[in-house]
Ligand binder design. Structure first.
Ligand code: IPE
Ligand code: IPE
Ligand code: MG
Length: 244
């Protein structure tokens, strides 16, 4: 099978990686950011069209304030340092989630990075920030209810594509391949609607240890999968089934 058009990654395990080394959790986040940078460049080089990185969940606000603010600082520094490289690499950055919950400074830097890369036509890089899939679905339901209330939408018109176009991921293809590091095998409120037919890949590797060879192994694994979407394997099988 060909390359996944859209890879989504739950970058997990930074804290445990740091703990193993007797360092504060934030040390893991710093190393994790470097890994993310390499993975972004490699996906761009490979010709992956979409890469969504789960960087901060809506539930991550419940972590200690010191860790949250450090994560925000790391993100801001990343954007300040890397935006020019993104432009050079023809990478377009967008965000899903509730960016309005981020600090005004960070929001401003994010807006600048999104604007600076908006004309890029290579990899579409999506940061999931203060992202929660249930929150996203609730927001979509609110928008759709308002359309019904103001008379612009008939309830009969609410189909899958209408729901899809009211999600934060509007205009994005669904993920083909969801990778989660650190041995956890759960979605943690990530792309619940969108991952309906995604292929999943779980690895014990902690995110700060996830290097390009791990990425290649994961993608090669994806290539061996048979995606049926509820249908039968091949048209041959389909023919033989229906001819009986
Ligand atoms: C992932 O690593 C990064 C974020 C959630 C922001 P963690 O911080 O969750 O690291 P572990 O899972 O505690 O090891
Ligand atoms: C998921 O990781 C969120 C991100 C990687 C940004 P968590 O570490 O927050 O998930 P749980 O709490 O283990 O489910
Ligand atoms: Mg974690």
């Amino acid at each position: 099978m060909e390359l996944p058009a859209h890879i989504a990654i739950i970058m997990d395990g930074n804290g445990r990686w740091a703990k193993q080394r007797g360092k504060p959790r934030t040390f893991g986040h710093v190393k994790g950011t470097r890994v993310a940078k390499k993975v972004i460049t490699e996906c761009s080089r490979l010709g992956v069209k979409w890469l969504t990185l789960y960087a901060f969940s809506a539930e991550n606000w419940l972590r200690p304030q010191a860790e949250v603010s450090l994560l925000m600082r790391i993100l801001q520094r990343y954007l300040e340092r890397e935006t020019q490289n993104l432009v050079k690499e023809n990478i377009r950055l967008t965000v899903i989630g509730e960016p309005e919950r981020l600090s005004p400074d960070l929001q401003k830097v994010l807006e600048q990075s999104v604007a600076a890369t908006s004309k890029c036509t290579g990899l579409n890089l999506v940061f999931a920030l203060s992202y929660g899939s249930r929150q996203e679905i609730a927001a979509a339901v609110q928008k759709i209810a308002a359309q019904v209330k103001d008379g612009t939408l008939d309830p009969d018109q609410i189909d899958e594509s209408h729901i899809q176009s009211n999600l934060w991921t509007e205009g994005m293809p669904d993920p083909d391949f969801v990778i989660r590091t650190s041995g956890e095998q759960r979605l943690s409120n990530f792309l619940l609607w969108q991952a309906a037919y995604a292929e999943f890949y779980f690895t014990e590797t902690l995110w700060p240890d996830f290097d390009l060879s791990h990425l290649h192994t994961a993608i090669n694994n994806y290539r061996t999968r048979s995606r049926r979407f509820g249908r039968l394997e091949t048209s041959d099988e389909l023919l033989s089934e229906t001819s009986h």
